[in-house]
Design a binder for this molecule. Structure first.
Ligand code: AMP
Length: 391
C-alpha cells in the first residue's frame, strides 16, 4: 500500500508547483538519447497543467560536481520537452536566485518552467538547508516524481519538504506500488533474478530477497564469488575475494532458495573474439574466465521463470555488452517477457536488454530507477518518499 499523499489529494489550481523530476537522461552533443525518463514524467506534468497549476520542474543531470558545466545543462532537455507538450516551456539559467525567481514569478497557470541543473550546486547533494529553502521558495507546493533519485536525501528530494508540503507524483507512486507489492505481498511463486558484476553491491538485496522470494536466481560475475566460496576453481574469472566470507554465510543460510548456474560460457581472453567453450561449473582451466551463463542454465532459469507468478529481475547474466556473451542475458529477457507472471525489471543493463530485444511491452513494469529499485528490493525506505506527507 502506498500511504503517502499524491497529486490527486491536493488542490493545485492557481498554485505554483515545484516538481522534482528525473531528467537525468543520456545527452550527447546536446541531443537527448533515451527519453524514457522524460516521457515517464508526462502524466504528472500534464495532470498538474490540466488542474490549473503553473509547473516548475527541477532535476539533476549527470555529475557536474557542484560546478556550472554547460555539457550538463538541462536546456536541451527543456527544448526536447517542448516537443512533447502543448504548454509553453520556459527555461531558467539557474535553479535558484534571480534567474529562477524572476522566471517563477512570471510563470502563469498552464505553463512550464524548467530550472537549470540542481547539481551545479554542491549544496544539492549535501542537502544544504539554505539551498533547499531557496528552491522551495519558488513555489507553493512540492511534488516528488523522481523515483530514480528518491533513494538520495538531497536538497531537491528531501530538503525542500522542510519548507513546503510535499506529495508524490504518478510515476513515483507507480514505481513504489509495483516494487513494494512485489516484495511485500507477492503472488507466488516469487522468483527474483540477480546479476551483474559484484555481489558487494547486492548483499543486502540478496539477503532480503532470500526472506521474501521462493527462488533467487544468480547470474553474471556475482555467481563466481559464490562458486569460489564453494571451493570451485575460477581461474581468471572476476571474483570478489573480499566478499568470500559473506558469500559463504549467504550459502549456508540460503538452503535451496539460492540457485546458481549449472554451466557457464568460458573464454580464453576478455574479448568478443575469444575462443569460447560451454562447460560445467568447476571446470575453468588456467588462463580462462567465465563470461556468461551456459545453455543448460538458460533452460533451467527459463523453466523457473515460466512457473513464477511474480518475477523481479535486476542485472545482466554475463558480459552482455559483447555479443558472444549476451546469450544468457537475452535468454532471461525472453523468458521474463514470455512468462505470464507480474514482471518487474530494474537496473540500466537489464532494462537495455529487454528494450533491445523489442520485448519491453511484454513486461509489467520497467523501473526508471536502478539504484532506487535495488534499495526497494533491499527493503529500505527511500528518504525522498519518507519525506512526503502521509495520507
Ligand atoms: P552491475 O553494475 O553490478 O549490475 O554489473 C554490470 C556489469 O557486469 C556489466 O557491465 C557486465 O559486463 C558485467 N558482468 C556480468 N557478468 C560478468 C562476468 N561473468 N564477468 C565479468 N563481468 C561481468
Amino acid at each position: 500500500m502506498f500511504n503517502k499523499k499524491t497529486i490527486r489529494d491536493i488542490d493545485v489550481k492557481g498554485k505554483k508547483v515545484l516538481v522534482r523530476v528525473d531528467f537525468n537522461v543520456p545527452l550527447k552533443d546536446g541531443v537527448v538519447g533515451d527519453d524514457t525518463r522524460i516521457r515517464g514524467a508526462l502524466p504528472t506534468i500534464n495532470y498538474l497543467l490540466e488542474q490549473g497549476a503553473a509547473v516548475i520542474l527541477c532535476s539533476h543531470l549527470g555529475r557536474p560536481k557542484g560546478k556550472v558545466d554547460p555539457q550538463y545543462s538541462l536546456k536541451p532537455v527543456a527544448e526536447y520537452l517542448q516537443k512533447l507538450v502543448s504548454a509553453n516551456v520556459h527555461f531558467a539559467t539557474d535553479s535558484i536566485n534571480e534567474p529562477a525567481e524572476t522566471a517563477a514569478a512570471a510563470l502563469k497557470p498552464g505553463e512550464i518552467l524548467v530550472l537549470e541543473n540542481t547539481r551545479y550546486y554542491a549544496e544539492e547533494e549535501k542537502n544544504d538547508p539554505e539551498y533547499a529553502k531557496k528552491l522551495a521558495s519558488l513555489a507553493d507546493l512540492y511534488v516528488n516524481d523522481a523515483f530514480g533519485t528518491a533513494h538520495r536525501a538531497h536538497a531537491s528530494t528531501e530538503g525542500v519538504t522542510h519548507y513546503k508540503p510535499g506529495v508524490a507524483g504518478f510515476l513515483l507512486e507507480k514505481e513504489i506500488q509495483y516494487l513494494s507489492s512485489a516484495v511485500e505481498d507477492p503472488k507466488r511463486p516469487f522468483v527474483a533474478i540477480l546479476g551483474g558484476a559484484k555481489i558487494s553491491d547486492k548483499i543486502g538485496v540478496i539477503k532480503n530477497l532470500l526472506n521474501k522470494a521462493d527462488k533467487v536466481l544468480i547470474g553474471g560475475g556475482m555467481a563466481n564469488t559464490f562458486f569460489k566460496a564453494q571451493g570451485l576453481e575460477m581461474a581468471d574469472s572476476l571474483v570478489q575475494d573480499e566478499a568470500l566470507d559473506t558469500a559463504k554465510e549467504i550459502l549456508a543460510a540460503a538452503s535451496d532458495k539460492l540457485v546458481l548456474p549449472v554451466d557457464v560460457v568460458i573464454a580464453d581472453k576478455f574479448d568478443n573474439d575469444a575462443v569460447t567453450e560451454e562447460v560445467a561449473v568447476g571446470n575453468v582451466p588456467a588462463g580462462w574466465r567465465i563470461l556468461d551463463i551456459g545453455s543448460k542454465t538458460i533452460e533451467l532459469y527459463g523453466k523457473l521463470i515460466a512457473e513464477a507468478a511474480t518475477v523481479v529481475w535486476n542485472g545482466p547474466m554475463g558480459v552482455f555488452e559483447m555479443s558472444n556473451f549476451a546469450k544468457g542475458t537475452f535468454g532471461v529477457a525472453k523468458a521474463v517477457a514470455d512468462s505470464n507472471a507480474i514482471s518487474i525489471i530494474g537496473g540500466g543493463d537489464s532494462v537495455a536488454a529487454i528494450q533491445e530485444s523489442g520485448l519491453a511491452d511484454k513486461v509489467t513494469h520497467i523501473s526508471t530507477g536502478g539504484g532506487a529499485s535495488l534499495e526497494m528490493l533491499e527493503g529500505i525506505v527511500l528518504p525522498g518518499v519518507a519525506a512526503l506527507e502521509d495520507k
